[in-house]
Design a protein around this ligand. Structure first.
Ligand code: NDP
Ligand code: GUE
Length: 294
């Protein structure tokens, strides 16, 4: 009989954390006199982004946060987005600003990310906040990587001295996760599309984090027995019966038979990402209002 891995249940932890944020907002709001506010800028119609935006808006409402979603047409100009960011930077009711990535090809995300006020950078992608991450200083941290770390902490998964392998090196996910694992004293290897002998490398991992955007890339043969497997991937695929469903970057059914812990998709890192975004916005709200230590 094959053993089955324990689930790292992001959905349940996310709900618990959102309940805590809700009561923190209630007490801060009484002192500050307004709700925290999150603004999400979305351009065009990327289906993965649409799921995320919908979940964020629902969660904001549930915890008592104002959401200022702005949806721009696919042919919006760089200047229009710059003007929108400038307005949100100035708006005292806005504590967190997020630009949904990727943007359409005619737009350049980097100068827009630089333009967000670093104190309102709910996604932790401004160079100042990325620099703080590199140095190990407190600051706003990217939501998905922070969500991964929080989930590992909840299950008391030790990282010090462990072999950690991260597949993917994007600035949004892979690179910051690797830095956070390093800060916890893991020995970190970063793999990417040019990596040779990927399965040789992943087979050595005590902790395997997968953020490649390739449906079911990681199969059981690539995983060390007893490893902790975190699946960041969210891919919409169409099954043989024509129905569309979400799958991760890990082949869940086979990998759960060798891993000790595994995150499901959905119900794993997705809800944690949404929660860390809310957490960052509440943190900015408290920080901007001088209430960080209450
Ligand atoms: N759960 C959540 O909350 C979130 C989920 N996601 C999901 O996570 C996944 C990754 O997102 P993101 O980092 O933004 O994606 P990117 O496309 O920006 O980066 C993908 C990375 O994976 C690497 N890669 C691609 N194919 C392979 C391969 N066959 N073998 C090894 N490495 C490979 C790429 O290498 P190279 O650099 O060489 O091109 C790149 O570094 C996506 O499925 C996305 O939808 C994203 C954000 C949040
Ligand atoms: N600047 C920026 N930051 C991001 O963090 C970012 C982004 N852009 N662009 C798009 C990707 C994708 N992403 C998701 C987050 C949560 C879910 C999510 O909530 N998923 C749930 C629900 C899925 C469902 O509703 O079926 C789950 O996995 O259980 C999905 C997708 C964040 N991203």
């Amino acid at each position: 009989m094959s053993q089955t891995a324990q689930l790292l249940d992001g959905k349940t932890l996310a709900q618990k954390m959102q309940a805590e944020l809700r009561s923190r907002i209630q007490s801060l709001q009484a002192e500050i006199g307004r709700k925290p506010g999150l603004a999400v800028l979305m351009v065009g119609d990327n289906p993965a982004s649409a799921v995320y935006v919908r979940n964020k808006e629902k969660a904001c409402e549930q915890i008592g946060m104002a959401s200022f979603g702005q949806h721009f047409g696919a042919n919006t100009t760089q200047a229009e987005l710059e003007a929108a960011i400038d307005r949100l930077n100035e708006d005292p009711n806005v504590d967190g600003i997020l630009i949904q990535l990727p943007l359409p090809d005619h737009l350049d995300a980097v100068p827009l990310l630089h333009r967000i006020h670093p104190d309102k950078d709910a996604d932790g992608l401004h160079p100042l906040n990325l620099g703080k991450l590199v140095r190990g200083e407190p600051g706003l941290r990217s939501c998905t990587p922070a969500g991964v770390m929080r989930l590992l902490e909840e299950y008391q998964i030790g990282l010090s001295g462990k072999q950690a392998v991260v597949i993917g090196r994007s600035i949004l996910v892979g690179k910051p996760i690797a830095l956070m694992l390093l800060a916890e004293d893991a020995t970190v290897t970063m793999a990417h599309s040019r990596t040779q002998n990927l399965s040789g490398i992943t087979s050595e991992a005590d902790i395997l984090i997968v953020a490649a955007g390739r449906p079911e890339l990681v199969t059981a043969e690539m995983v060390k027995p007893g490893a902790v497997v975190v699946d960041v991937g969210i891919n919409r695929v169409t099954s043989a019966d024509g129905k569309s469903r979400l799958v991760g970057d890990v082949h869940f059914d086979s990998v759960q038979q060798v891993a000790q812990f595994i995150t499901p998709v959905p119900g794993g890192i997705g809800p944690m990402t949404v929660t860390m975004l809310l957490h960052n916005t509440v943190w900015s709200y408290a920080h901007r209002e001088g209430k960080t230590h209450t």
